[in-house]
Design a protein. Structure first.
Ligand code: GDD
Length: 318
């Protein structure tokens, strides 16, 4: 079993590789660009094959698919930070949509028939009304950022290539996930790192935050990647599935949980630069379709995830 992971150098990709190796599920090929940061995969080097490829370059992707001929593809590479998509919308749309298109076209031209996982997002639902939660897969898509539009594009391309060419594509709408190795631009990791920097005396006990009134449905990354694996083992090609915990947290409550874990005495200040032109106010998913198909169950409680995240930053080499 040859498994290709795009985005292996990132957060979810590196955890998925850990899961596959631990369970001895196959041989992994990951991709990197010449300037990729390899911090998240240092422990994997020598255990996975790394291949240089830029997904925005169709010929590079075709060479990759031709030489690897994967049985499964987990497509996790993306511009994944919502605020960046307002500052660099063209880059976000082209990386996310055209990168995926290049994979589909390469698979078609090389004439292989792998299972393909598509990383859609709960951001696709965007503007969700209070009477629409928990959000099921049939909820309308009302994206509120260029990032969210790019994920709708990826999702719909997955549907279209399944319908047009019978490709075995499973579309996953992943809700928020966090845990060790999360980049410190995302809310839980950002807050955890600020707190740990205070513990280490690297900054004043002042915490900068954005919109604390938003609500998000969080899953531990280690549960999320297990879900990705189940998706290609047990789900229907062409179909779409939410992966989420089915619980939602106010960002302000997550901040309180992190402060409580640390025990630090902290002054919280809103930084206007952290507010978005439009923010998704509530994400609370319905995971019943995915659980029915796969039997997936979460192992990590959210408090444990936050404790592990704080520990990750405490141990992070200076
Ligand atoms: N990043 C950040 N920093 N977010 C903050 C802050 C802050 O200081 N303060 C409040 N927030 C709020 C944001 O406004 C948002 O409502 C929420 O915290 C979560 O923000 P992020 O962690 O940046 O994630 P996201 O929800 O925008 O997107 C993440 O989840 C999606 C799935 O729903 C990303 O992982 C996406 O790639 C993913 O698709």
């Amino acid at each position: 079993m040859k498994i290709l992971i795009t985005g292996i150098t990132g957060f979810a990709g590196s955890h998925l590789a850990d899961f596959i190796l631990k369970e001895n599920l196959g041989t992994i090929v990951g991709i990197q660009r010449w300037r990729s940061d390899l911090t998240n995969v240092k422990h994997l080097l020598g255990k996975v094959d790394m291949y240089e490829c830029d997904l925005r370059d169709a010929s590079s992707v075709r060479d990759l698919i031709e030489s690897v001929k994967p049985d499964k593809i987990f497509h996790l590479a993306a511009q994944s930070f919502v605020p960046t998509s307002w500052n660099a919308p063209t880059e976000s749309l082209s990386t996310n949509i055209l990168g995926q298109l290049n994979i589909f076209e390469a698979v078609k031209k090389v004439k292989i028939d792998p299972w393909i996982h598509i990383a859609g997002s709960s951001e696709e639902y965007g503007m969700v009304f209070e009477d629409e939660v928990p959000i099921s897969e049939t909820n309308p898509l009302r994206p509120l950022s260029p990032y969210a539009v790019s994920k709708v594009g990826q999702d719909m391309l997955g549907y279209q290539y399944f319908k047009s060419f019978g490709m075995k594509i499973v579309r996953i709408r992943g809700f928020n996930h966090t845990g060790p190795r999360r980049a410190p631009v995302f809310v839980c990791s950002d807050f955890a790192k600020q707190i740990v920097d205070m513990e280490k005396g690297k900054r004043k006990p002042e915490m900068f935050v954005g919109n604390l009134e938003a609500r998000r449905d969080f899953t531990d990354v280690r549960d999320m990647v297990k879900g990705y694996w189940f998706a290609l083992e047990k789900c229907e090609p062409g179909e779409v599935y939410n992966i989420c915990s089915g619980k939602t947290w106010y960002i302000k409550d997550i901040l309180s949980m992190l402060i409580e874990i640390s025990g630090a005495d902290i002054e919280v200040k809103q930084d206007p630069k952290r507010l978005r032109p439009s923010d998704v106010e509530i994400l609370l998913g319905d995971n019943s379709k995915f659980i029915r198909a796969t039997g997936w169950a979460r192992e990590y409680e959210f408090k444990q995830t936050l404790e592990d995240l704080i520990e990750f930053w405490r141990d992070f080499p200076e």
